[in-house]
Design a protein around this ligand. Structure first.
Ligand code: HEC
Ligand code: HEC
Ligand code: HEC
Ligand code: HEC
Ligand code: HEC
Length: 156
């Protein structure tokens, strides 16, 4: 399973070069601090797109020093400059495909990890996509879960 995810990531990576992220954020550490995904990614529950967190939300905890990781003080530097941290989005389906988080997370009651399997253990920010859902991957689950596989559901 892990190998398959790695290979898929690599296959997608071949199409697009790795991005550079502005800061060394670890999902694993933040999940160990009992955070919820939707606190940092509002919209992932009930809208098409998941948002990225704003620096104000980080300051709830990083208003004072937390731990001794080298990039941690940089959170306060961005906040003092009143600048957003320029995260780079890596998961992006081609423009002709329609996908909504809300349909899957709220209507179909799926957990984020069912698609974003590696996130809970990610100790570095993503520089390549963590998912590579091909048309066949989408359709396989839709067959199993009796969701629509009509072309116009996913291609508007
Ligand atoms: C609920 C509290 C909380 C919030 C909100 C929070 N963090 Fe953290 N953050 C932590 C904890 C706990 C650590 C681990 C500290 C340590 O090293 O022991 C941490 C560590 C970090 C580090 C050091 C590297 C790492 O990930 O361990 C960075 C960078 C960081 N946070 C950035 C952010 C950013 C950016 C945001 C906003 C998007 C944010 N944090 C929001 C609690 C929080
Ligand atoms: C402390 C805030 C925080 C929490 C909590 C958090 N994330 Fe993130 N997430 C980020 C930030 C910042 C980025 C951009 C940097 C990176 O890739 O790590 C990101 C990136 C991502 C990406 C890549 C999106 C893209 O296209 O670039 C996915 C997918 C993701 N998070 C899913 C999750 C899931 C699932 C959870 C819960 C298991 C979660 N996140 C919890 C802050 C958070
Ligand atoms: C059915 C699979 C699936 C589930 C479940 C899922 N995602 Fe995603 N996620 C995707 C796909 C596919 C993309 C790329 C979407 C696009 O390009 O339109 C994506 C993209 C993202 C992004 C990048 C911004 C965006 O919306 O494109 C973030 C952040 C993210 N997901 C977080 C989450 C979080 C948090 C959850 C749980 C609340 C979650 N995802 C549940 C499949 C899923
Ligand atoms: C692991 C299972 C799973 C995966 C993977 C998955 N889906 Fe779904 N999807 C569902 C389920 C279940 C529903 C039905 C939700 C409901 O109850 O309305 C659904 C519904 C949808 C709908 C609404 C269909 C309609 O017209 O009612 C669209 C569009 C969609 N998915 C697109 C996608 C795309 C695009 C992908 C691949 C990037 C994808 N899905 C991957 C399970 C999945
Ligand atoms: C459940 C969602 C879903 C359904 C249903 C679906 N597609 Fe797709 N389709 C996708 C996704 C996701 C991609 C992009 C895959 C990628 O980039 O790897 C795609 C890509 C394509 C492409 C571009 C091929 C390529 O190589 O990039 C064509 C053409 C296409 N679909 C036609 C169809 C037709 C015709 C139907 C109906 C028989 C259909 N699709 C039904 C999700 C779906």
């Amino acid at each position: 399973m892990v190998v398959a995810i790695f290979l898929l990531g690599f296959a997608v990576g071949c199409r697009r070069p790795p991005v550079k992220q502005p800061m060394a954020l670890s999902h694993k550490r933040h999940m160990e601090a009992n955070m919820k995904c939707v606190t940092c990614h509002p919209g992932a529950e009930d809208q098409a797109l998941a948002q990225f967190p704003t620096v104000v939300e980080c300051m709830d905890c990083h208003g004072k020093v937390r731990g001794d990781q080298p990039d941690e003080p940089r959170v306060r530097e961005y906040a003092e400059r009143q600048e957003e941290i320029p995260w780079v989005r890596v998961d992006r389906l081609p423009g002709h495909v329609y996908f909504s988080h809300g349909t899957h997370v709220t209507a179909a009651k799926m957990k984020c990890e069912e698609c974003h399997a590696g996130i809970l253990v990610a100790t570095k920010p993503l520089v390549l996509p963590d998912i590579a859902l091909s048309m066949e991957d989408c359709m396989r689950c839709h067959r199993e879960r009796r969701a629509s596989n009509q072309c116009k559901s996913c291609h508007k």
